[in-house]
Design a protein around this ligand. Structure first.
Ligand code: SAH
Length: 363
């Protein structure tokens, strides 16, 4: 179609893009004392919907903020509850009308929010729904924060204790915004989500892995490997032509040397493609001796793609071979597949709004 999508840089206007230092500077510019900036910052994370709810902030400051900034960068468009497990998918509409998806999972140890980092994705992995339309734009830190806040609002007083950057998008293709987001939600005056409760998943952008190793933030790093040799990985993940398996794993080893943190290797199992005995042995050889943990993910269905899940027997066989080689391995539970909320099923959405005869939106 010949629709032209508006690409808008909203970063100057969303107050949630501001960290504590940014707000401090803004308040200082207004000639106001520093304690005001701490008050404003903590209000933002209380899930308010208007600057007027900042009741201990003088009205003239609230008015000044209102004039220049928006508080909420997104609104809830749709909430889908899974009928098979306690998983909820959210569709959010951004200010430029792009629609993104996020997922809320209820585990024994608390709520986990799965956050998107881009509208779409440009990695175009052959099995994934997120890259089908390419990358439309990066999300700002505030747009990522809003996904957490707006999902938290739905669990009435309970908190999201864990965040995984595993929604649409490649986090390291939006590096600076993603790192700012992580620091924002970690701020103790904000959501106070522990660094160890935050997981970033990447398809293996080597510069990103190396930069992260220097940030001094002890988050969890997951690598989408999905194949045990370059020939196969080239077929499944085009990014492998730029950063091959050796390069990715070498950068992981540097990351481990510097941070002493274990790295998770994500490995989708696809029937007849990468789930054979020899693949398990190749994978074990790649990872032996390193501080790795393998998370096997039986592939989830994506309607445009023809890949199939292996049977339980080959999943178990794969796991057994890795274990026998001394590799720590777990199988990821599939959550929310009935609402397309499972790994690889998040995508860019287009919702046709009913339009009345005057051509005006009526919803
Ligand atoms: N771009 C990042 C973040 C996405 S995380 C990354 O590649 O890691 C989403 C995870 O789901 C990734 O590990 C991705 O490879 C995986 N995935 C994609 N399609 C899938 C599918 N059809 N079934 C199961 N997992 C899938």
């Amino acid at each position: 179609s010949n629709i032209v999508w508006r690409i808008v840089d909203l970063s100057e206007f969303i107050i949630k893009d501001f960290d504590r230092q940014d707000i401090y500077e803004l308040v200082a510019e207004m000639g106001e004392p520093k304690y005001r900036s701490d008050q404003i910052f903590s209000w933002i994370y209380k899930g308010i919907h208007s600057f007027d709810e900042m009741t201990n902030i003088p009205v003239y400051i609230r008015e000044a903020l209102k004039e220049k900034y928006i508080l909420n960068s997104a609104r809830v468009l749709k909430i889908l509850h899974s009928k098979i497990d306690d998983t909820t998918k959210f569709l959010f509409e951004l200010k430029d009308k792009n629609i993104i998806e996020s997922v809320l999972m209820n585990y024994k140890h608390g709520y986990t929010g799965c956050i998107s980092t881009q509208v779409g994705c440009r990695m175009r992995c052959s099995f994934c729904a997120s890259g089908i339309e390419g990358r439309i734009r990066n999300l700002t830190p505030g747009e990522m924060v809003d996904q957490v806040l707006m999902m938290q609002e739905q669990i009435h007083g309970k908190r999201i204790s864990n965040v995984v950057l595993m929604g649409s998008g490649e986090p390291f293709d939006n590096y600076d915004n993603v790192i700012k987001f992580i620091r924002l939600i970690n701020d103790e005056q904000g959501l106070n989500i522990g660094m160890r409760n935050i997981t970033l998943s990447t398809c293996g952008l080597v510069e990103g892995i190396l930069r992260l190793s220097q940030e001094g933030i002890p988050i969890n790093l997951s690598i989408s490997l999905h194949a045990p040799n370059d020939k196969l990985r080239n077929l499944l993940m085009p990014i492998n032509k730029r950063y091959n398996i050796r390069g990715v794993l070498d950068s992981c080893k540097q990351y481990i040397d510097i941070t002493h943190r274990r790295v998770t290797i994500e490995y989708i199992l696809i029937k007849g493609v990468n789930d054979l005995k020899e693949h398990a042995h190749q994978l074990a050889d790649l990872l032996k001796g390193g501080l790795f943990h393998v998370n096997l993910i039986p592939i989830n269905s994506v309607k445009e793609k023809k890949f199939e899940k292996p049977g339980l027997e080959s999943i178990n066989r794969f796991q057994r071979i890795l274990k026998a080689q001394g590799i720590v391995v777990t199988v990821r539970r599939e959550l929310g597949s009935d609402i397309d909320a499972a790994c690889g099923q998040l995508r860019r959405r287009h919702i046709k709004k009913p339009v009345n005869l005057l051509g005006v939106d009526i919803c």
